[in-house]
Design a protein around this ligand. Sequence first.
Ligand code: SGN
Ligand code: CA
Length: 521
Amino acid sequence: MKLPLPLFYLLFLPFLTACNPQEITDPEPTGPPNIILIISDDHAYQAISAYGSQLIQTPNIDKIGAQGVRFDRAFVTNSICSPSRAVILTGKHSHINGLRDNIEIFDSTQQTFPKLLRNNGYQTAIIGKWHLKSQPTGFDYWRVLPDQGHYYTPEFRTPEGLDTLDGYVTDVITDLAINWLDSLRNDTMPFMLMYNHKAPHREWLPGPDHLGAFMDEPLPEPATLFDDYSGRGRAAKEAEMRLADHMGLTNDNKIHPDIVDSLGFQEFMGWYAPVSLRNVNRMNEEDRRNWEEIYGPINENFKNNTPSGDELTRWKYQRYMQDYLGCIQSLDDNIGRLMAHLEEQGLADNTLLIYISDQGFYLGEHGWFDKRFMYEESFRTPLLMQWPGKIQPGTVNKDLVQNLDIAETILDAAGVSIPADMQGRSILPLFSEEKPKWRDALYYHYFEYPGIHAVKRHYGVRTDRYKLIHFYNDIDEWELYDLQEDPQEMKNVFGEPEYQEIKDELMKRLRELQAQYKDEI
Ligand code: SGN
Ligand code: CA
């Protein structure tokens, strides 16, 4: 009989280690590791100090990389929330797992890594953002936000119905996670916990501890804040995610609708009408008072010294960053709180801890907020991991890895075999002395169009140096970027004769990847 690996560990490892005198004195943890997967929402690598952020210090997230590995070339397959989460759960591209955009419903009868872990002796839990509409499956315990959830007084979907809790969502999710670790799980089994945050998703509402943070000094602007897209095609020009034109003064920048109206501003009415200050209205009295103390003067200033033109864009950028970074500060604090708890409980040594965002985000680069494009800021995602004794502290990895690899990596760490129909690869062999031959190119495909932010459908390939993108549907345009010569992707060189050979190679590689991943275009 072939025992599942975790069961093998549990039954025989005590005997094996007892036979080896060296191991008796060795305090190294034995048995399958615990796994904690932290997925944040829209956290740009540009807002993590381990990635050289000029905007914020994130000591706790940094610590994961310092104690383990920081991936500098981690990407997603489809830069949007629900699809990225479905890719992480299944290890399959969107066109295979069936969830291509935020509108479709996840088929939760399909194979996922939590189900495979559960069948192999793990206890599994998910707390926080889910965003897959259907009921979570494969979890012994679940408390998930309905849809996007709320920053204040958050509601949670549970097997028993909807629960509403007091407080700020990032604190509450952490409290629930710690409570599950301490009191609810079965501590005779290894566990896998998905600890998923809402922060720092739009409309960027910081918690009570960080409401006024980041307001003392102007924050540095990105070099491409006033990009006019002249070096690119229609897709960039027609996207509706510019701070100048599409960011809401009310919901996003937190100016009272009466002031916005009285000054004669027209809010952008895109796919959805802006929902004014909806989360502010969910604050308890004390939080609301503190909020008014900070945001009241911001409103007054805006009324009395109303900026216009480029100055308004600059003002919006500052407002945007103050709130976005405030959300991240609570995220980092709470991750630190969870990590300290793992240490105190003696769990840190035998836990693989992974930090990833569902995708990257624009922090004013190209004049944008939001994500979706295959351009670097949204295609890339932060990824850091620690696993004491298995991953050398301070490792920096530059291989092309993807959210597609997370399920396979977790199964590999747990000693559970990786199903052949998963499309990514375990990244653990990258830490072994004999590094395997790794992939030389990544495949990407974005589908949510027509839709909010009007980012056209596109697919593409990225190698170490180049990126080829095809925008299709109501457009047929190709873009090619030389990331070495043009890291900010300001100039499409698709039509340039000196790139002909590279273009042909990339075209061939793209078709090969589409065949490999079974994406029929
Ligand atoms: C909301 C946001 C959008 C965002 C989508 C998807 N608008 O609709 O800006 O792109 O979610 O985000 S909001 O004003 O309602 O917040 S995702 O992270 O779930 O993909
Ligand atoms: Ca997201």
